[in-house]
Design a protein. Structure first.
Length: 409
């Protein structure tokens, strides 16, 4: 088998040796006309604990190599909000969740319904998205029905496993429902408490970058452990917590600028084992050991892989679709990921600046990033009527999703 055809998932392998998307023949089918689905309003809730990057770098500086400190600053995150008291965890080893996943979801629902002057009983379909639910089962939607005052016979579904593209998948589900049920309303609720998977940072004497690990004969002797340590400290500084809720219906209302779903496209697993770019094994039937803190795995070539998938999706757009895009909403994986997408797709800074603002102030909030960016765009009234915005998200799987919305009000 030729090298470029091999499936190799290893932290030491370069992206050019693993991903040769140009050698793979596939196509993205054009979507049929979608039922009318309009995002009427988006609300949010973030936990009370603010994580200041500079403060925690200084607190842990004796454990961080100089190169790693630079890498952490290059994530582009100045602050974020988290539901776990990580300072207490560092100081005492005691793990304390201050804001649970379901509590954040409930508060986002309350905020959104209040802002839109809508009662919980007016919602006909509850769609929840979370990869960090309180339980594997029951799902988040089950938890919210009584606490938020929804009708106990409401149609509902809990979506998981979609990663950072969860909002775009949920919009499709809402669109299908509205197409069959005109005059009804759906509510998409997304909640993530990534800080709940924080590892024991103090148990490691020193953290290094992957480049330092690979260039040191001493560190290479235990490279797997050092690379896992690197992944843990990156995630400690990268991920934030958040909940959002979006009301979706088949018509506009009087609550300000609103966006209609125009099209959505997805690509999943160009290569057989691309799902190992980002996955969450702990608690699954193959990795059922719950005696350790659950953790999330990310491959170092994830940003370059996202660009390959993104280009394939962008190439399916018609010229007039591209020309009508006023804003690009790119999932806030990290500043590096946004940079790679911006430069690789030749997007001007003004059209993507909102993604940089979210990564700077909230970190990587996984599937909440896109609805939060959209919420800010709606608040700023920064998109012209009849102009489009493009939402680009990445999901565990590995997958990429591209959704086009048009401002209709």
């Amino acid at each position: 088998m030729d090298k470029k055809q091999k499936i190799i998932i290893d932290n030491k392998v370069e992206a050019k040796d693993v991903f040769r998307a140009e050698d793979i023949a596939f196509s993205v089918k054009k979507n049929k006309k979608l039922p009318t689905a309009i995002i009427n309003s988006i609300g949010s809730y973030y936990p009370s604990i603010e994580f200041d990057t500079s403060y925690f770098i200084n607190k842990l500086k004796d454990k961080l190599s100089d190169n790693l400190i630079k890498q952490l600053l290059d994530l582009g995150i100045e602050k974020k909000h988290i539901g776990v008291d990580v300072e207490k965890l560092l100081d005492t080893g005691f793990f304390s969740i201050v804001n649970s996943n379901s509590d954040m979801a409930k508060n986002s629902v309350i905020n959104t319904l209040k802002e839109n002057n809508t009662a919980a009983t007016d919602i006909d379909y509850l769609i929840t998205v979370s990869d960090t639910s309180d339980f594997i089962s029951p799902g988040l939607s089950n938890q919210l029905i009584y606490d938020c005052g929804f009708k106990n016979d409401i149609r509902h579904i809990s979506i998981s496993g979609m990663g950072c593209a969860g909002f775009l998948k949920a919009l499709e589900v809402a669109s299908d429902f509205l197409g069959s049920n005109p005059g009804k309303k759906a509510l998409i609720v997304i909640s993530v408490i990534n800080s709940a998977y924080c590892q024991d940072i103090n148990s490691v004497e020193k953290y290094y970058t992957i480049e330092e690990i690979n260039s040191s004969e001493t560190l290479k002797k235990d490279s797997e452990q050092h690379i896992n340590n690197w992944l843990n400290i990156i995630q400690f500084f990268l991920f934030g917590d958040m909940a959002t809720a979006a009301i979706v219906s088949g018509s506009t209302n009087s609550s300000g600028s609103q966006f209609k779903l125009v099209s959505t496209k997805h690509i999943t697993n160009i290569r057989q084992e691309d799902y190992k770019m980002a996955y969450f094994p702990t608690g699954g039937s193959l990795y059922s050991n719950l005696d350790v803190r659950p953790r999330f795995f990310m491959h170092r070539n994830l940003p370059k892989t996202g660009l390959i998938y993104s280009k394939r999706l962008i190439n399916t757009l018609e010229k007039n679709e591209l020309e009508s895009i006023q804003k690009w909403l790119v999932h806030t994986g990290s500043k590096k990921i946004i940079d790679i997408i911006k430069d690789g797709l030749k997007i001007d800074l003004q059209s993507i600046k909102e993604s940089y603002e979210i990564i700077k102030n909230f970190g990587n909030i996984t599937p909440c990033s896109l609805p939060l960016i959209l919420k800010n765009i709606i608040s700023d009234d920064s998109v012209d009527v009849n102009k489009n915005i493009a939402m680009l998200g990445f999901g565990n799987g590995f997958s990429a999703s591209l959704t086009i919305l048009k401002r209709v009000s």
